[in-house]
Design a protein around this ligand. Structure first.
Ligand SMILES: Nc1ncnc2c1ncn2[C@@H]1O[C@H](COP(=O)(O)OP(=O)(O)OP(=O)(O)O)[C@@H](O)[C@H]1O
Ligand SMILES: [Mg+2]
Length: 230
């Protein structure tokens, strides 16, 4: 009995229902692959409440959140790192992190955790965010999302436009967060990178889930091999 209730309590499901229906179990890393225009950003933006859908449901631990105001969705633990990494350009790294912490209150322990995850940000602590490289801005955008103590972290194409060495740093951080039990929904066009770290994956095509399964299952599919694995 105890076993059963524990299992239920620890299970977190996100569903975005339109044509698309996906689930992120608690503590898992779920990847969503898809070509340009497949509807990947629309999916995470809908979950985060940035994009409002006329129909559909987003459930966080069984609670519908799709009609809630944005700040409430954030407070409940949904954090989006958007495509194109939004940071506050004139503010320093430290100021960007402080701004994102709960109610703008400083949270040194959490800030230190971000610096542990991305030592490069610690070195750039007093640097204006707008003057940093794309990779550093991606790290900072992830750091800002982590400052909200998210239950689910939504990452929209974190590798986009970055050099392979920087992508590796970003993916090491993603794997470290996953190992700590952070639930992550990872949007990617780079199937090789995403399938290497995911527990479960979806392929989106024209706004629909074309395929779902384990990374091994998706990697074996001809569709994915042809379009994404080269
Ligand atoms: N489920 C859907 N049904 C119908 N249209 C959709 C759906 N999802 C997205 N679209 C539309 O498809 C277009 C592309 O969507 P979106 O920007 O989400 O794609 P993307 O996969 O993030 O693309 P990119 O790789 O370029 O970032 C948008 O105009 C959007 O409104
Ligand atoms: Mg997109």
């Amino acid at each position: 009995m105890l076993q059963t209730s524990r299992l239920c309590a620890s299970y977190r499901a996100i569903q975005a229902v339109r044509d698309v229906s996906i689930e992120v179990p608690d503590g898992s890393l779920v990847a969503v692959l898809g070509a340009n225009g497949a509807g990947k950003s629309t999916l995470v933006r809908s979950i985060a409440g940035v994009h409002r859908q006329k129909t559909g449901t987003v459930l966080l631990d069984g609670t519908p959140i799709q009609s809630m105001p944005l700040h409430k969705i954030t407070r409940l633990g949904v954090a989006l790192v958007p495509e194109g990494r939004h940071v506050v350009a004139p503010l320093t790294v430290a100021e960007n992190l402080a701004l994102s912490s709960y109610a703008g209150r400083s949270d040194q322990a959490l800030e230190d955790r971000v610096y542990d995850l991305f030592p490069r940000l610690a070195e750039r602590r007093d640097q204006a965010a707008g003057l940093m490289s794309g990779g550093e801005q991606q790290m900072l955008a992830m750091g800002r999302a982590l400052m909200t103590r998210p239950r689910v972290l939504l990452l929209d194409e974190p590798s986009m436009g970055l050099a392979p060495s920087i992508i590796s740093v970003i993916y090491e951080a993603i794997a470290a967060l996953h190992a700590e039990g952070q639930s992550i929904l990872l949007i990617e066009q780079d199937a090789t990178r995403a399938l290497a770290v995911a527990d479960h994956a979806y392929l989106l095509q024209r706004g629909e889930v074309r395929m779902a399964g384990t990374p091994a299952e998706l990697a074996q599919s001809d569709d994915i091999k042809k379009a994404y694995l080269g």
